[in-house]
Design a binder for this molecule. Sequence first.
Ligand SMILES: [Zn+2]
Length: 115
Amino acid sequence: MSDRAKEQTLAEIAPASYECRACGYVYEPSKGDSTSNVPPGTAFDDLSIDWRCPVCSAKKSVFTNIGAKNAPSGFQENLNYGLGVNNLTPGQKNLAIFGALALAFLFFLSLYGLN
Ligand SMILES: [Zn+2]
């Protein structure tokens, strides 16, 4: 065992969850699927090929990898690399918009002052 293994993030260690694109059901490996007698701890890849969505009976191929749930970087909507603005919190966005309005107002006032 090397120390390198310990440097993996939780997201890398945790098995990925899969979401049914047909109905939105999420298969979480840590929970398994009691409907089909799948024991907790079963990775999605280890499910039998004829396993179906317990909610809508969709095939495995309909499921999409949504990454490890409850892991630090497991929220897909936050993975907007490249567009820095989308990484701002709503509060930060409001501040940026308010700041821009205030600057525009000051600019308007300075123009007014020149006349
Ligand atoms: Zn489904």
